[in-house]
Design a protein around this ligand. Sequence first.
Ligand code: C5P
Length: 234
Amino acid sequence: MTTSNLGPRIIVALDYPESGPALELVSGLDPQLCRLKVGKEMFTRLGPQFVEQLIGKGFELFLDLKFHDIPNTVAAACAAAADLGVWMTNVHASGGRRMMEAASNRLQQMQEPPLLVAVTILTSLGQDDITEIGYPGSPAENVLRLAQLADSSGMDGIVCSPLEAQQVRPQVSDSFRLVTPGVRPSFAVQDDQKRVMTPADAIHNGADYLVIGRPITGAEDPLQALRDIQSEIA
Ligand code: C5P
């Protein structure tokens, strides 16, 4: 896979408690320049109709619900996401090989399956947290192990921090997509993100897609912010 067929590299995270401000933002964005991400909060409040509404506006959509359950249930949930027409959806790699394979196999039976990516170790978890859960080794070692498990279990990629992308990229197949939040353009503040990287550095580290929220959603001119990030990448 070459980077030229990845399409827009920026995924705008819509994190709003209601549809009004989200739709207002989206009306000023360009589907040629970005994709959209809907997560647990908006999906739980607004449901599948909201997702269909955004797709109806011409945007490709990442439905970020991070499924983690028994293989049959996760496969069925991924199929339901695919039926909504989403471009990407995700699961937790810690659900294991059989869960990921079941989801991947189910999607491969569909006409135009969405990309299916796995979350490795949540970036909110530190060493103490993962030791307490019972995972041996460092967070970075666990990310790498789970990335390789995801790659060999039929996933199309993983979600990871741009710092982890650098370690993961050489250890997975070329077509394996790395989706990275925690990106802050040079003109933006860090907000509550701790380990951040600029868009250009994230891409340089091997990221394929950048999940960016507040630097775009909170900008006075979101379309201009999007364009500025595009030129930082270019
Ligand atoms: O506003 P901001 O750019 O920080 O938004 C980042 C988005 O990526 C949010 O939707 C957040 O939930 C998500 N995310 C993250 N860090 C992770 C995984 C997801 O910031 N490790």
